[in-house]
Design a binder for this molecule. Structure first.
Ligand code: XUL
Ligand code: CO
Length: 445
């Protein structure tokens, strides 16, 4: 099957549009569960899942690790001039998005455009590439889920960007934030992400944490004000991560960021972008950090990936664990969806996965895993006793004194008097295994 490609040449020859073939198919380059137009409840799968491909891992990361260089050879890297290489990479990226059939993508400023120490040159490069990306977006219908600035790779940011102890670096960071916000607005992005890569510390001995956090809030407030002044109507998203690259990062997890946003009056404009492998690095499950964000009305978007239970690093593997995707989709469905956020695959193929089709296989697997997670979560919520069981567990608060307690009508003395009257509470089982069995049953149907 051939698909039109939009660049000067085809970068993924031999691979056409990825079709939906259903669970009986043996075709590795076909979806088994992700059927974009299939209705789940009142929305299609595409509307629920809002998949995005990330630019950095998919088209920039060569597979290097601390022990060796990259293992991948990208055909767009044969261009030697930086701008020509960026243009070829853009064509390859849009060819990939279109063949895969995802509605969205995400990028950092310097994933798409060549970086430069000279501010004018950096801004010129980004503007040039954004103009081309805008053309590709209108030619293909692929949209921008979110834009962001890379404020962690350049050595100038080694001590942080917005939280750097040197004001000269804080000011230099503003160049990139302003340009990336301009780019996001120009490309009609639905969200703008801040991942505080080096916003944290290596040692408390030399760090005034309180002052750095105040600078961080000031910086985010300025970015918010600038974004709104140029017409950005979407959500600003903070992406929590507890560590790596720094020993400690200020946006540790959902609970920490929710408190920070509320403390600084930013909770109306900012939400959270929760990444699975960041939640597990913080010692939580993915589902936990999603739920905490959702409790605060702050779950804005998801970076979909998974870690490795054995080593605990940010391995950014493609999601493949259905138990995890069911858990995630339960939280998403209960809060009524993710829009204007989405599911961005912040994931990379393994260093040993060096064929061009591996990028397709990885995304197909991730999309199928979330499509299946969506189906199972929907069926648990609408065609099983799950919600009733959970509600029954709290039934003692639905009326009588329990309800009065929730309505703040009782004092501590009242509670004591009730305890004396009622005697020792009857033991009630949590019945966790019953829910686990139900998930497996619905997964196998
Ligand atoms: C790093 C990470 C970033 C952000 C965007 O762990 O997740 O790629 O998603 O800066
Ligand atoms: Co991420």
């Amino acid at each position: 099957m051939s698909t039109p490609f939009i660049g000067k040449r085809e970068y993924f020859p031999g691979i056409g549009s990825i079709p939906f073939e259903g669970r009986q198919s043996d075709n590795p380059l076909a979806f088994k569960f992700y059927d974009a137009n299939k209705k789940i409840g009142d929305k299609t799968m595409a509307e629920h899942l809002r998949f995005a491909v990330c630019y950095w891992h998919s088209f920039c990361n060569m597979g290097h690790d601390p022990f060796g260089p990259g293992t991948r050879h990208y055909p767009w890297d044969v261009e030697t001039a930086p701008l020509a290489r960026a243009e070829a990479k853009l064509d390859a990226a849009f060819e990939f998005f279109t063949k895969l059939g995802v509605p969205y993508y995400c990028f950092h400023d310097i994933d798409m455009a060549p970086d430069a120490d000279d501010v004018g040159e950096y801004e010129k490069n980004l503007k040039h590439m954004v103009a081309l990306a805008k053309e590709r977006q209108s030619a293909t219908g692929v949209k921008l889920l979110w834009g962001t600035a890379n404020l962690f790779s350049h050595p100038r940011y080694m001590n942080g960007a917005a939280t750097n102890p040197d004001f000269a670096v804080v000011s230099r960071a503003a160049v990139q934030i302003k340009a990336a916000l301009d780019a996001t607005v120009e490309l009609g992005g639905s969200n703008y992400v801040f991942w505080g890569g080096r916003e944290g510390y290596a040692s408390l001995h030399n760090t005034n944490m309180k002052r750095e956090l105040e600078h961080f809030a000031r910086f985010l407030t300025m970015a918010r004000d600038y974004g709104r002044s140029i017409g950005f109507k979407g959500n600003f998203l903070i992406e929590p991560k507890p560590m790596e690259p720094m020993n400690h990062q200020y946006d540790f997890d959902s609970a920490t960021v929710a408190g920070f946003l509320q403390q600084h009056g930013l909770e109306k404009d900012f939400k959270l972008n929760i990444e699975a492998n960041h939640a597990t690095l913080a010692g939580h499950t993915f589902e936990h950090d999603l739920q905490v964000a959702s409790n605060h009305g702050l779950l804005g978007s998801i970076d979909a990936n998974r870690g490795n239970a054995q080593n605990g690093w940010d391995t950014d593997q493609f999601p493949s664990d259905l138990y995890d995707t069911v858990g995630a989709m339960l939280v998403v469905l209960r809060q009524g969806g993710l829009a204007p956020g989405g599911l961005n695959f912040d994931a990379k193929v393994r260093r040993e996965s060096t064929d061009a089709d591996d990028l397709f296989l990885a995304h197909i697997g991730g999309m199928d895993s979330f499509a299946r997670g969506l189906e199972v979560a929907h069926s648990l919520l609408t065609a099983s006793p799950w919600e009733q069981w959970r509600a029954d567990r709290y039934a003692s608060f639905d009326n009588g004194p329990g309800r009065d307690f929730e309505l703040a009508k009782l004092s501590l003395d009242d509670l004591r008097a009730l305890a004396v009257k009622n005697g020792e509470p009857t033991q009630r089982s949590g019945k966790q295994e019953r829910y686990e069995n139900l998930i497996n049953l619905h997964l196998s149907r």
